[in-house]
Design a protein around this ligand. Sequence first.
Ligand code: FAD
Length: 380
Amino acid sequence: MRINIIGGGPAGLYFALLMKQLDPAHQITIFERNTPDDTFGWGVVFSDKTLSYLRDNDEPTYTEITRNFATWDNVDVVHRDEKITIRGNKFSGIARLKLLHILQARCRELGVDLRFRTEAGDAAELAAHSDLVVGADGVNSAVRARFAQSFRPDLSVRTNKYIWYGTRHLFHGLTLTFRQSEAGTFAAHSYKFNETTSTFIVECDAQTWARAKFAAMSDEETRASLAAVFDKDLGGHQLLSNNSKWLNFLLVKNRHWSHENVVLLGDALHTAHFSIGSGTKLALEDAIALYRCFVQGLDVPEALCEFEQIRKPIIEEYQQAADESLVWFENAKDYMHLEPLPFAYSLMTRSKRIDYDNLKRRDPKFIAAYEAALNSSSVR
Ligand SMILES: Cc1cc2nc3c(=O)[nH]c(=O)nc-3n(C[C@H](O)[C@H](O)[C@H](O)COP(=O)(O)OP(=O)(O)OC[C@H]3O[C@@H](n4cnc5c(N)ncnc54)[C@H](O)[C@@H]3O)c2cc1C
């Protein structure tokens, strides 16, 4: 098969290497506009489940990825200067760039044609000369826009503002920190992803963002202002920028997932708020799901149909949970009056995927402390 892939992010690279490993006769080309070393982003996270899928589908990449991992099982919630730890939430983190390098190296080893610094051009033209075109071109996908009549995308720009930073302060575990400044409520999502660096994403609502006057600030001023908000949390370390910009989360859904021999994967196809896990996990799992349709021996139209049928309900369920989580963060200020333990409980159960019983199994000590707090007069 002649397979052309637009976008060399996790989805495009992983799909390419799986298909090449399935049949070395496939001619697979990836068009990527960036260089192999463009350092967009900091760390990305995976759950245990994703790791087991990686192991089952391509052992060499699994081995390399796990050699470069930071792992943890705790979520720490910081509110009113108190840190509440909830155990039993196993996750792993890796630098986005490291992950891309591992996937690029495996693609090269298998003979995938990687074309960096190359714009893909018109997807319709490419489709005319391909058996399969994969639009793995990210959240602002041009492939999705090109065939919008078929994909019928539903794009919703959310109101909260967020920005990706890094820091040399090491957060051992997924740490969700809430701080109140004169401008309003800020939340930080942070986790260490190697021995020296943590991801530090800051999120706030539109009113807080406007009151803080970020629109008029330079990169340096923004970092200084946010470092002051999270002064108690950063251990004297700075926030590190990497082309970091304030963004509004774009919620992407598509009514249909393919158009003739063109299919979308990863962020181009769907997004899920970063508070519930990462887009990287879904991007890799999409690649596996599509690849497994070809493993069954289906032809392109059958495989694309099967992919949508099998994967869509899973994504819809995931997006539902992510949406509940997103809405909780959009309304974070309304929970700030809660004491730390009930606050942490509300945060942990926000997506409705984790409930009281589930939390009790994960961390009975936390539930015992939460119940004791509920029974105490101060919380009542
Ligand atoms: C700049 C950035 C920083 C991020 N930082 C983090 C982070 O720190 N932590 C985290 O958990 N998640 C992060 N994410 C989100 C997460 O990485 C994504 O959810 C995940 O990468 C989705 O994978 P993907 O392969 O679908 O898309 P992407 O990783 O977005 O990859 C799409 C690729 O397509 C390329 N492309 C687009 N159009 C064309 C074209 N016309 N021709 C050629 N190439 C094209 C882009 O250059 C890009 O490399 C970040 C995403 C971006 C875009």
